[in-house]
Design a protein around this ligand. Structure first.
Ligand code: NAD
Length: 485
């Protein structure tokens, strides 16, 4: 466990106190850059989840629930500042935990702080309405917190996803129980510790690390939570939704993607190139919104794919702390999964047109997959259909606008899309027809976009996090009608 933030080893954070999990056991955490053990986190159990939910219920019904919105905002501002003071330590911790290059890991810490800043400012600005109604009535609406919210998050962007999900839930007065991913839970615990230090009331923000099938499933099936926010794989998303259905409670599902970047021949290629070549490499491709399908208009296909292939071939994959173009993938399972797609490509005669290099002296036990560009992938091939969650780009040709829309929409997913063209009309026609929660025209990712609602269509999930809209998801509208003649 990191000693930079003096986190106690192998504990759960419940009721503002670090304590042993009921299992008395820890989960060993690997550093994907060298495959070695480097930390351990608590193996939380259903019993710990029970305790955490009860503690959060008491907070929601007590000090936290009664706190004026602006005071909640102040606490969140304090947390934002404290996270910023610890960016270097948090960045290093995340780089070791997830394997992402240091600068990305630091950027994630800054983004996490920014979520708390954004939602701190929003805490006292969410309000209901008055509604003109029948004579003799006055009608108003209140936006009320759900109460206790559960948060199950993945390993790829722990700090960012914690910030956007827990940030919005706390701002609206919910008490949160967070279950971080078993592969990368350290920074979640660190942010929990910082929240404890700034003085969040006990139970407002509890954290129970543990395995998905154990602590995660206990949280999602717990009768005592009022809402669950899940970010992760479509398969587990289905389980979460089924568990929520038992209690008829609301769910936000942020699932995977197979997002297209659509490049027309009239696009400004120099501007597009960094986004096309980076969009699938960031975080070793383990990004739900990775631009992992490159759709290029026939007449520009050779030029664009050559440019991207050349750029990617100049990249280096290596240890997170050496801060290269790309780090390792998270673990052995993910390493084997991504390589199985590369083997499939070779078996099916698809051509690798560009591939990054492995850094000299990269530890042989690290989980390194060089970013790879595959040319002329048929749009219905598994490489063009399935979320690989690794640094693999599938290039696909299209004939015209109609063909581009058909291919862009031709997967089970609908998370994000990029459109590159100098023709505003074409860009807007496409933006309206593409099924995706976010569409970027002549950019990709919009620099993170804390303020911008984010979420899926189709198999990528539903509900929105980020932006002001997330506050609606973490509250319920209550209408009060007064008859007064
Ligand atoms: P995962 O679904 O395996 O795990 C996510 C979380 O769910 C972890 O905390 C895990 O412990 C927990 N979990 C696992 N089994 C569970 C169960 N039976 N019940 C309850 N919880 C359980 O996903 P992952 O491999 O960690 O992350 C990769 C996936 O997440 C990809 O599909 C990716 O696209 C998606 N993702 C989506 C977004 C988004 O915002 N849309 C962001 C990041 C990642």
């Amino acid at each position: 466990m990191s000693d930079e933030l003096n986190l106690p080893v192998g504990k759960v954070l419940i009721d503002g106190v670090w304590s042993d999990p009921s299992s008395g056991e820890v989960i060993t955490v690997l550093n994907p850059s060298d495959g070695g053990d480097y930390a351990s986190i608590a193996r939380g159990t259903a019993e710990d989840i029970d305790t955490a939910v009860a503690s959060s219920r008491a907070a929601a019904d007590g000090a936290w629930g009664a706190m004026p919105a602006f005071e909640r905002g102040r606490l969140m501002h304090d947390l934002n500042r404290l996270i910023l003071e610890h960016v270097d330590e948090l960045g290093l911790m995340e780089a070791r935990d997830v394997g992402k290059p240091l600068r990305q890991a630091r950027a994630d810490a800054v983004a996490c702080a920014r979520y708390f800043e954004f939602y701190a400012g929003a805490a006292d600005k969410l309000h209901g309405e008055t509604i003109p109604y029948l004579d003799g009535y006055s009608v108003m609406t209140f936006r009320e917190p759900h109460g206790v919210t559960g948060h199950v998050i993945p390993w790829n962007y722990p700090m960012q996803i914690l910030g956007r999900s827990v940030g919005a839930a706390l701002a609206t007065g919910n008490a949160c129980v967070l279950k971080p991913a078993e592969d990368a839970g350290l920074t979640s615990l660190a942010i929990g510790e910082l929240a404890r230090q700034v003085g969040f009331p006990p139970g407002a923000f509890n954290i129970v690390p543990g395995y998905g099938e154990e602590a995660g499933s206990a949280l999602s099936a717990h009768p005592g939570i009022d809402h669950i926010s899940f970010t992760g794989s479509p398969e587990v998303g289905t389980l979460i939704q089924k568990a929520a259905a038992e209690f008829r409670r609301p769910v936000t599902l942020e699932l995977g993607g197979k997002s297209p970047q659509v490049v027309f021949a009239d696009a400004d290629l120099d501007k597009a190139l960094p986004f096309l070549s980076q969009g699938f490499v960031q975080n070793a491709g383990q990004t739900c919104s990775a631009g992992s399908r490159l759709l290029v208009e026939d007449s520009a296909y050779d030029q664009v794919t050559e440019m991207v292939a050349e750029k990617v071939s100049a990249m280096t994959v290596g240890p997170a702390e050496r801060d290269m173009d790309c780090g390792p993938v998270i673990n052995k399972q993910q390493f084997e999964r991504v390589n199985s797609y590369l083997e499939l490509a070779a078996r099916d005669g698809l051509t690798t047109i560009g591939q990054a290099k492995l850094a000299a002296n990269a530890p042989s036990e690290g989980y390194y997959v060089p970013p790879t560009v595959i040319g002329d992938v048929p749009a219905d091939h598994r490489l063009a259909q399935e979320e690989i969650f690794g640094p693999v780009l599938s290039c696909i040709r299209f004939r015209d606008e109609e063909d581009a829309v058909r291919i862009a929409n031709g997967t089970p997913f609908g998370l994000t899309a990029g459109i590159w063209t100098d023709d505003v009309g074409k860009a807007m026609r496409l933006a309206k027809r593409v099924k995706a929660g976010q569409v970027f025209i002549n950019n990709y990712g919009a620099g993170g976009g804390v303020e911008l609602p984010f979420g899926g269509m189709k198999g990528s999930g539903f509900g929105r996090e980020k932006g002001f809209e997330a506050l609606h998801g973490f509250t319920a509208t209550k209408t009060v009608a007064i008859k007064h003649d």
